[in-house]
Design a binder for this molecule. Structure first.
Ligand code: ZN
Length: 266
């Protein structure tokens, strides 16, 4: 199952995405938000629409999270490239939901920053309220699906401020999508790749997470209740770097698809 959020007749809808003649297309509209339904998305009643090629659809951010929780330094080589030690427990920070940007949207480099970096990441979308799960509870039951996230960061401000809210929170700094997909297994290893103008910059596998998804979700939900639709960005592999106006960033997650955004100056 893969679904997106898009605009149909001026209204936000959830659409099932299916390949038609090799092109991803929206054929059916879900009659409820998948994260509001405690069931399999396939069980949601759907309404047929005239086929819309995905590239012609006006996409919205694939999720509507109450919060975006991010894990810093979750790949050894990335911690090393920024000169940091491997953390002893998951390092959490929050990204503002107002930073969300859909597939195809433009990342704006703020005037306040001289260095804006991409960070390609696997995104986890929560499907069920999660508060302090038991140590032996399988966290898979709380996950609705997975998506691509670009944790865009004003690196100079991150270093200057000492904490990360501003550096990670500018408008347009959280591209997400194009879909939410299930049917992939980050525990077994899922490829995460970032390209800038077609050139590969990051290539990682979730097999190399320092902290597993179980540890991440337990650690977060020990502190704050996760709600359906909440988004977890699971950390970025080595190879982060700056972008300039005119660049095109692509984040691909194996089994999900490719999130593509261009860059412009504010
Ligand atoms: Zn990140």
């Amino acid at each position: 199952m893969r679904y997106c959020r898009f605009v149909l007749n001026g209204e936000a809808q959830y659409g099932l995405v299916e390949p038609v003649g090799g092109k991803d297309s929206i054929l059916r509209v879900l009659l409820a938000a998948p994260e509001d339904c405690d069931c399999d998305v396939e069980e949601l009643r759907t309404r047929r629409i005239e086929r819309i090629a995905l590239e012609e659809a006006t996409l919205l951010p694939a999720v509507r999270p109450s919060k975006i929780v991010c894990i810093g330094r979750n790949y050894r080589e990335h911690a090393a490239e920024l000169g940091h030690e491997v953390p002893k427990e998951p390092l959490l920070f929050l990204k503002a939901p107002s930073a969300l940007l859909p597939h195809g949207g433009v990342v704006k480099r703020p005037k306040l920053s001289q260095r804006v970096d991409y960070e390609g990441e696997l995104g986890v979308v929560i499907g069920k309220r999660c508060h302090q799960p038991a140590a032996d509870e399988d966290v898979k039951g709380y996950i609705l699906g997975y998506t691509c996230v670009n944790d865009v960061t004003a690196r100079d401000l991150q270093n200057k401020d000492g904490q990360w809210s501003r550096a990670k929170g500018f408008d347009t700094f959280c591209p997400v999508g194009p879909f939410v997909a299930d049917g992939l297994d980050p525990w077994a290893g899922v490829g995460v790749e970032t390209r800038v103008n077609g050139e590969v910059r990051q290539q990682g596998s979730t097999r190399d997470f320092i902290f597993s998804l179980d540890t991440m979700i337990r650690h977060i939900a020990q502190a704050m209740t996760l709600f359906p639709g909440d988004l977890i960005a699971t950390g970025t592999p080595a190879g982060v770097g700056p972008v300039v106006a005119g660049d095109v960033i692509e984040v691909s997650v194996e089994g999900v698809g490719t999130l593509r955004n261009s860059v412009a100056d504010e």
